[in-house]
Design a protein around this ligand. Structure first.
Ligand code: ATP
Length: 260
């Protein structure tokens, strides 16, 4: 009855299949639209070629392909450095309510993050800048630290309110270039240079400002609002993707929810 062994399908097998599916989904989400997908396909092709040449006893070729594969896990860590980092961040900042409230207990360590963000003021400032086609990029920190990008700009300590946000991005202001970082209800940095996304999924009409917004949300769980200088359009970017919303009230609701 050995050949029927595969029918002994237990609960653990079922759970394993679900977990593998979840893992594959996250890997796909990670490499979707990036150069990593081509590298991944390349590795799979070399692996298949290695197995075929090994089975056909084509020793020279199989040794060459085998040599590539045997460089192994170390090469994978180097090639997929960014993706592995993002993967770990993604796991670390999963939206489980329990995890979020757990992280919140440690927020007392950061004074700024302890105070609720004035979402209403941020959205109102964006609406006003949208009407005057004033370009802006506002990054709101959540659980992942943004310290690594803050260094590229100027350290600030201003309360979040409509006049402050408007005056930062006012075209003739010395602070208007680059992004601002908001922690809790404070603008803690201005003129910040964010990492630019290399994703091929971003439509051509979007320039560097929008790519920078996607870039920082690919690497961290920050939320970003962008006001386009060209069209006045307000974009909401989270987890490396543009979040669609119906009107300005639903944008405010979305932000409130994502920050709670
Ligand atoms: N890496 C970056 N980090 C932060 N801000 C950036 C970055 N790159 C560009 N910006 C900001 O975006 C501004 C304009 O960029 P660009 O016109 O290419 O963006 P865009 O996405 O087309 O936006 P818009 O619709 O407003 O023109 C720059 O002047 C700068 O303030």
């Amino acid at each position: 009855m050995d050949f029927l062994d595969f029918l002994n399908f237990g609960l653990l097998d079922f759970i394993e299949i679900i977990l593998v599916a979840v893992l594959l989904y996250y890997i796909y989400k990670l490499v979707k639209g990036t150069a990593a997908i081509n590298i991944f396909i390349g590795i799979v092709i070399i692996f298949v070629a290695w197995k075929i040449t090994e089975a056909l006893e084509m020793n020279v070729l199989s040794n060459i392909f085998g040599g590539f594969i045997n460089v192994g896990i170390l090469a994978l860590f180097i090639v997929f450095q960014q993706e592995i980092r993002k993967f770990l961040l993604m796991i670390g900042s999963t939206n489980f309510a329990a995890k979020r409230s757990f992280v919140k207990h440690f927020r007392f360590l950061k004074q700024d993050a302890n105070i609720d963000t004035d979402v209403e003021a941020i959205v109102e400032a964006c609406t006003k800048m949208s009407a005057t086609k004033t370009g802006a990029i506002i990054v709101i920190e959540r659980n992942n630290s943004l310290e690594f990008v803050k260094d590229s700009g100027d350290t600030m300590g201003m309360d979040v309110n409509v006049p402050t946000l408007e005056s930062i991005f006012f075209k003739n202001s010395p602070l208007h270039d680059g992004a601002i970082i908001i922690e809790g209800n404070r603008v803690t940095a201005t003129r910040v240079i964010l990492p630019v996304s290399k994703s091929t999924m971003i439509p051509q009409r979007f320039g560097l400002r929008h790519r920078a917004a996607v870039g920082i949300t690919e690497k961290t769980d920050a939320l970003v609002l962008v006001v386009s200088e060209e069209s006045g359009q307000i974009s909401y970017i989270r987890d490396g993707e543009f979040v669609l919303y119906e009107d300005i009230d639903s944008l405010e609701e979305l932000l409130q929810k994502d920050l709670s």
